[in-house]
Design a protein around this ligand. Sequence first.
Ligand code: PMV
Length: 349
Amino acid sequence: DEVEAGAIRWRSPSNIALVKYWGKHGDQLPRNASVSFTLDAAATDTTLHYTPRQQLGEGIDLELYLDGNPRVDFAERTRTFFSKLLPIYPFLRQLSFRVETQNSFPHSAGIASSASGMSALALCLVSLEEALFEPLTDRGAFYRKASFLARLGSGSASRSVYGSAAVWGKSEAVADSSDEYAVSIADRLHPVFQTYHDDILLVSREEKSVSSRAGHGLMEQNPYAPPRYDQANRRVTEMLRLLMEGDTENFGQLLESEALTLHALMMSSRPYYTLIEPNTLHVIKLLQHYRRETGHPVHFTLDAGPNVHLLYPDAIAGEVKDFIRGHLLPYCEDKLYLADRVGKGPQQL
Ligand code: PMV
């Protein structure tokens, strides 16, 4: 039958890993399980326009606009992603696509948009499958498929298709977990963690100097990799218990150790590399001091970059924001931070 033109639009948030995914094999399969909070404000809004393709060609027919401007680099990356999906979705060759996408966070905020971007695109694709064929059996199957597709685009994106919190990778603590897609653990969050904030201190807005693809690759020769993968798997189990018990203190200690372990792995690679900046350490030390003074459960984590994420419960949000504004912003580029929090997950628009 003739396919009619149409458009599908999803907004997907980013996520922040609590136990980090670092090291992969095969087709984007993780070396260890990971767990994350889904964010709210940091998000990508993507519209996938499709029309029947006029002349059948070999590759994927697609153009991409970021904030209204054509971007050949992202278009190329997206064509590569769609080509990779052809064995599952042969119909991608029979359509012409125009992707319109925008991020809620500033352009060069030094914030990775791959998790929210790939998640939004994957959700559009599963909706497209449903529009062209028939609805999947249930919503669980819908999100599992979206997570599976998102993973093929960017590993950490697999965790962004669910609200609150998700686990990606086979874990003894989660019966239905898989290396191929993430699963929701929203029902395991103690209420205190549902109120958690994540304020992202923009220590540097520069593009990161080493891609995460290269970083994962270096793990293959890292002498600490095998014990790290065991540690991470054990830590996912421990993290899930702390999330369920509402143990903010031990949660925070584990969170910070995970962040520093990620960067220690980068520093122990050959070639080694350093993504934290002097101001990253300034912020961490001021935070430690603030914690000793107040006893407040506010802890940091880091992504593959210099920016510091501060995680804390809503009950102390006023005081923590005063501390950020008064003491931490001088160490941030352009005195900027992004206020975010645990969110409800993607939305179809
Ligand atoms: O999804 P990737 O390949 O960009 O890897 C991201 C890895 C970290 O952000 C550093 C950790 C994580 O689990 O999100």
